[in-house]
Design a protein around this ligand. Structure first.
Ligand code: CTP
Ligand code: MG
Length: 233
């Protein structure tokens, strides 16, 4: 077997986290199942995942109440062949850990993707995978920060103003060597994102170019923004 064939055989595992409640969107159902142009956000995300070259295994992490893909809320979601669906946990970190535990053991690279970033383009997935394959233990897509960011203390008093050119707003999919991500989650600590857990282990995390379309649907305005993107093609 050539090195390339070996790499392809091991494959990329993708954990799509979709178990959040979507409290800030307030749509009355879990955010990943809220329709965008008639199909759940999760369906849009999975359509892109399905196109990923070298795709090995997909795990969707759903709310416990919706962990059966036969449920009506899944209508319009096409699962890539072999996809497993598992129930998530109280925090995003718990949901990622549940997804990782269900991933095919043959996958040596793992992407963790928010269903809420339903329009993240395939090119972002490919950039992240390429950088992990090139030897980086952790890779995140990022975009420049447009606002000036202030550090503040508990009273709201500014403690500092970091230089904007040294900041990135990071997105998903975030990609990792599987052994590194498993070790990062083994401690059971919660973190804002998976990269933070990997950083805490002392691994270097690389930022590659993200994409404005990989924004996260969080509020009603974000959903309207997504509708515009879809309408514009
Ligand atoms: N997520 C998850 N399990 C959780 C919390 C979040 O799988 N316990 C997922 C969400 O489904 C989403 C992604 O993580 O795809 C990013 O989380 P966020 O945007 O915060 O989504 P929600 O937690 O659903 O939204 P909110 O915080 O407004 O309730
Ligand atoms: Mg949340």
């Amino acid at each position: 077997m050539t090195d390339d064939a070996h790499t392809a055989a091991r494959g990329v595992g993708v954990v799509v986290v979709a178990a959040g409640s979507g409290s800030r969107l307030g749509a009355g159902l879990p955010k990943a199942f809220v329709p965008l142009a008639g199909r759940p956000l999760l369906g849009w995300a999975l359509d892109t995942v399905a196109q990923l070259p070298g795709l090995g295994s997909v795990v969707v992490v759903a709310p416990a109440s919706l962990a059966d893909p036969a449920a009506a809320a899944w209508s319009g979601v096409t699962l890539p062949p072999g996809t497993r669906v598992v129930a998530g946990g109280a925090e995003r970190t718990d949901s990622v850990a549940a997804g990782l535990a269900a991933l095919d053991p043959g996958c040596d690279v793992v992407l963790v993707h928010d269903a809420a970033r339903c329009l993240a383009p395939l090119a972002v997935f490919e950039r992240v995978v390429a950088a992990v394959r090139a030897g980086h233990a952790g890779v995140v897509p990022g975009v420049p920060v447009v606002d000036t960011v202030k550090g503040v203390d508990a009273r709201g008093v500014v403690t500092g103003t970091p230089a904007r050119d040294g900041l990135r707003a990071v997105q998903t999919p975030q990609g990792f060597r599987r052994d590194v991500l498993a070790a990062a989650h083994a401690g059971g600590a919660a973190a804002p994102d998976d990269a933070a857990l990997v950083e805490a282990l002392g691994h270097e995390v690389l930022v590659v170019d993200g994409d404005l379309r990989a924004f996260k649907v969080t509020t009603v305005d974000d959903l309207a923004h997504a509708v515009r993107f879809v309408a514009d093609g």
